[in-house]
Design a protein around this ligand. Structure first.
Ligand SMILES: [Mn+2]
Length: 320
C-alpha cells in the first residue's frame, strides 16, 4: 500500500461513523474472514459497523468468531463509507449491489487480477495471497485494533485461499503474517479441524456422485464434472456443498485443467476452473465475462449445463 492510499484510507475511517462492510455471492473463507476481520477491528475503534452478507454463509465457516454480527437486510441502510471485499466487480454483490449505487464512498479491497476498480478508493493487489492478507497489512500499517478473534478470521482467509499454503500465491511474507496471527492467539488445530475435517455427510455423498461421473478429455489433461439440481436433491446437498470438487479433480497427476459446471437453473450454468502449471484460468473465463486469478477463475454462462460443457471444452482445447 503506498503512502497516499494509506493516508486517504486512514482519513476516511477517521471521519466516518456509519460504516458498511459487505460480502459477495457464494462467499468463501477469504470473503467471510475478511469482512469479519475488518468489521470487528473498526468496531473496536468505536465505529458503528454493519457487516452485511449477500448470500448464505457456508456451514463450515459458521465457527468463525463474531459470525453472529453478520446480518442480511431487506430494508435500506445508509453508510458514510462502504467496504467491498474480495469482489472483482459490483455484480458480485447480487441484490446488495444497490448499496454500492447509493453509498457516498466505496472502498474496494481485493486481490483478483480481474478487478475492475469500481470503488472511489481501490486497493487491488493481485500479488496478495488473499484479501485477508491485505486486511492484515491495513490493520498493521494503520495501527487498527486486532485480537485473537480477528487473527482467527484472517488466518482462515489466508489458509483457504492458498489451498492450505500450497499455491503459487504463498511467499515468505504470507508465513510471516501467519506467524504473527499465531502469536496473537489463533488456535490453528481448532480452525483446521473446523475447516478441513468437518465435511457434512451429504457433502461427502455429493462428492462421490459427482466425481464418479466426471469425464476426462485431451489425454487426461482436462477433467470436467457436472453438478445438476438432481445431484443436489439426491444427496440432500446445497449448491455450496460442491466447493472442493474442482480442486480434487485438479489434483489428479495428469490433469492441468479441471472444470466444475453447476446447474443454477435450466439455462444458467456456473463454471469454476482450476489449473495447475501453464493454463491461464482467468483468460478462459474472461471470454465468458468472468474472471478471477491465474490458476482459479469462474464465470456464469446462459446456456444449459450440457451446452456449457461443449462450449468450455472447445474453448480450453487451444491451451492444451
Ligand atoms: Mn479471495
Amino acid at each position: 500500500m503506498n503512502s497516499i492510499i494509506k493516508q486517504e484510507l486512514s482519513n476516511i475511517i477517521d471521519k466516518s461513523d456509519k460504516i458498511g462492510v459487505v460480502s459477495h455471492l457464494n462467499p468463501d473463507g477469504d470473503n467471510i474472514g475478511s469482512i469479519l476481520a475488518l468489521g470487528s477491528s473498526m468496531e473496536k475503534l468505536g465505529k458503528k459497523v454493519t457487516i452485511l452478507k449477500s448470500d448464505f454463509v457456508p456451514n463450515d465457516l459458521l465457527f468463525l468468531p463474531n459470525i453472529e454480527k453478520i446480518i442480511s437486510v431487506s430494508d435500506d441502510l445508509n453508510f458514510d463509507v462502504l467496504f467491498v471485499l474480495d469482489s472483482s466487480d459490483a455484480e458480485r454483490l447480487g441484490d446488495n449491489k444497490r448499496f454500492i449505487e447509493k453509498a457516498k464512498y466505496i472502498i474496494n479491497i481485493d486481490h483478483h487480477i480481474s478487478n475492475n476498480n469500481f470503488g472511489h478508493l481501490n486497493i487491488v493487489e493481485p500479488k496478495a495471497s488473499s484479501t485477508c492478507e491485505i486486511i492484515y497489512n491495513i490493520i498493521s500499517e494503520l495501527n487498527l485494533p486486532i485480537d485473537s478473534n480477528i487473527a482467527t478470521c484472517i488466518y482462515t482467509g489466508i489458509s483457504t485461499d492458498t489451498g492450505r499454503f500450497m499455491y503459487e500465491n504463498v511467499n515468505e511474507n504470507t508465513h510471516l503474517i501467519v506467524s504473527n496471527l499465531l502469536a496473537l492467539g489463533t488456535d490453528i488445530y481448532y480452525v483446521n479441524k473446523k475447516l478441513y475435517q468437518s465435511r457434512s455427510l451429504s457433502k461427502t455423498k455429493l462428492f462421490i456422485e459427482v466425481i464418479s461421473s466426471s469425464k476426462l478429455f485431451f489425454d487426461n489433461k482436462v477433467s470436467v464434472a457436472k453438478v445438476t439440481l438432481e445431484n443436489l436433491n439426491r444427496a440432500n446437498a446445497r449448491p455450496e456443498d460442491s466447493d472442493g470438487i474442482v480442486e480434487f479433480l485438479r489434483d489428479t497427476e495428469t490433469v492441468e485443467v479441471s472444470v466444475l459446471l453447476k446447474e443454477i437453473e435450466t439455462n444458467l450454468t456456473r463454471v469454476s476452473i482450476r489449473t495447475k502449471e501453464y493454463v491461464d484460468a482467468n483468460e478462459i473465463c474472461n471470454k465468458f465475462n468472468g474472471g478471477g486469478h491465474l490458476r482459479a477463475a469462474g464465470c456464469t454462462i446462459q446456456r444449459n449445463i450440457d451446452e456449457t460443457e461443449k462450449l468450455l471444452i472447445e474453448s480450453i482445447k487451444q491451451y492444451i
